[in-house]
Design a protein. Structure first.
Length: 103
């Protein structure tokens, strides 16, 4: 089986970039929540960032599409349509594992 060998220096640089991306994603979520008037304490925000997926309810599909475009590169933030829930209700979600099927 083939193996890719990457210089450890590149791996360090990739790890540093990943850390920067995580920090920027957290800032983007904070800014988006501020724009939507969703206020959280620092402790609540830290708990929220530990969730696999942050689900935010909205009343209609058009609003969900618009907000999901703003959150396009945030892998742990999704806006979902649920007319029975209050607007901007935060819920914990989970990622389902994808299974590769043999063809």
């Amino acid at each position: 089986m083939s193996k890719v060998i990457i210089d450890p220096e590149y791996l360090k640089q990739l790890a540093a970039l990943d850390a920067d991306i995580r920090a920027l994603n957290a800032e983007k979520i904070k800014l988006l929540f501020t724009a939507l008037d969703i206020s959280l304490t620092a402790v609540d925000f830290e708990k929220l960032m530990a969730w696999e997926i942050i689900l935010v309810t909205v009343p209609d599909r058009q609003m969900a599409v618009q907000l999901n475009k703003l959150a396009a590169y945030l892998p742990n933030l999704k806006f979902t349509v649920d007319e029975t829930q209050p607007i901007f209700k935060l819920m914990q979600g989970s990622k389902t594992r994808r299974v590769w099927k043999e063809r």
